[in-house]
Design a protein around this ligand. Structure first.
Ligand code: ADP
Length: 256
C-alpha cells in the first residue's frame, strides 16, 4: 500500500472510536471500531499507528467526534456534522435529510450538494433519542442491543411506552413485565419511543427526502423499520453506518 495517497479519519465518539484508512481513489482500505477507552489519546495513537503501518508514517489524520481534541496526531479537526454529511454523501450520493443516532447523542442534518451541510439540529443533553436509551432497556430486559433490534423488527405487537425519559422508561419496563406484558411488544414499543423522539427533532427542520440514517444505532433493524414507518419515506442506510463520520473525516484528509 505504501507510496499511494492515503488519509486517516478518526471519529472519537462517546461510545465507540471509529478509524478509517481511505485511499486516493476514495476506497476504504482498512477500518477499526472499538468501544471508547477512558485513555482516549493512547487508544487513538494505537489505532493510528496500526493504520500507518499499512500505509505509511506520513498519512495525514483528520479527527472528529466529541473526543477529537485528544487525538495528538491530528493534522486537522472537523466537526461531526460536516463529517457525517460528507460520509453519507460519499456512500449514498444523495442530498436529503441525514439522521445520525449515536451512543449518547443524535443529530439531524440537511445535506446539500456534494455532502455540504445546509442546516442541522442536535440533541446531546438527554439520553432519550440516543443509543443509550436502548442500552439501558437491554440491561433491564437481559438482552443485547443486537437482540433487541431483531426482536423489534420481528413483531407487530407493540405497547406504547409513555415515558420519554430513559430512567422513567426503565421503571415502566419493570411494571409492564409485572403486569404480564410480553417482552417483544415492550421492545418494539421502546424502539418506537426512540424513533418518535428523533423524528420530532427532525421535524424542526424541513425533512427533504430521502431520509438517510447513520451511526451505530442505524445497524438496528427495528429502528430502520420503524423510522421508515414514522417518516413515511424510504430510509437509505450506508453500507456500514457506524463508520460514516470517520469516512467523512478521511475524505477531508484527502483534500489536504
Ligand atoms: P458514538 O459516535 O456516539 O460513540 P456510534 O455511532 O458509534 O456512537 O454508535 C454507538 C451506539 O450504537 C451504541 O448505543 C450501541 O449500542 C449502538 N450499536 C452498535 N452496534 C449496534 C448493533 N449491531 N445493533 C444495535 N445497536 C448497535
Amino acid at each position: 500500500m505504501r507510496g499511494e495517497k492515503f488519509a486517516i479519519g478518526i471519529d472519537v465518539g462517546s461510545t465507540a472510536v471509529k478509524l478509517v484508512l481511505i485511499s486516493g481513489d476514495r476506497k476504504v482500505a482498512h477500518f477499526a471500531v472499538e468501544p471508547t477507552d477512558p485513555r482516549i489519546s493512547e487508544q487513538a495513537s494505537r489505532l493510528i499507528r496500526e493504520a500507518r503501518e499499512k500505509a505509511g508514517e506520513e498519512v495525514p489524520v483528520v479527527a472528529t467526534g466529541y473526543g477529537r481534541k485528544l487525538v495528538r496526531e491530528k493534522a486537522r479537526e472537523v466537526t461531526e456534522i460536516s463529517c457525517h454529511a460528507r460520509g453519507a454523501f460519499h456512500f449514498l450520493g444523495r442530498e436529503g435529510t441525514l439522521i445520525d443516532i449515536g451512543g449518547q447523542d443524535s443529530k439531524v442534518i440537511s445535506v446539500g450538494e456534494g455532502g455540504t451541510v445546509l442546516d442541522f439540529v442536535m440533541n446531546d443533553k438527554c439520553a432519550a433519542g440516543t443509543g443509550k436509551f436502548l442500552e439501558n432497556a437491554a440491561v433491564r430486559l437481559r438482552l443485547s442491543v443486537e437482540e433487541m433490534g431483531d426482536i423489534a423488527a420481528g413483531t407487530r405487537e407493540e405497547v406504547s411506552i409513555s415515558s420519554t425519559c430513559t430512567v422513567f422508561a426503565e421503571s415502566e419496563i419493570v411494571s409492564l413485565i409485572a403486569q404480564g406484558t410480553d417482552v417483544p411488544s415492550i421492545v418494539r414499543g421502546l424502539h418506537r419511543a426512540l424513533v418518535k423522539r428523533v423524528v420530532a427533532m427532525a421535524r424542526t427542520l424541513t425533512v427533504a427526502p430521502p431520509v438517510m440514517l447513520s451511526g451505530g444505532v442505524a445497524k438496528n433493524r427495528g429502528i430502520q423499520q420503524i423510522l421508515s414507518e414514522e417518516v413515511g419515506l424510504e430510509v437509505l442506510i450506508p453500507e456500514d453506518p457506524q463508520i460514516t463520520g470517520a469516512v467523512g473525516a478521511a475524505l477531508f484528509g484527502l483534500d489536504t
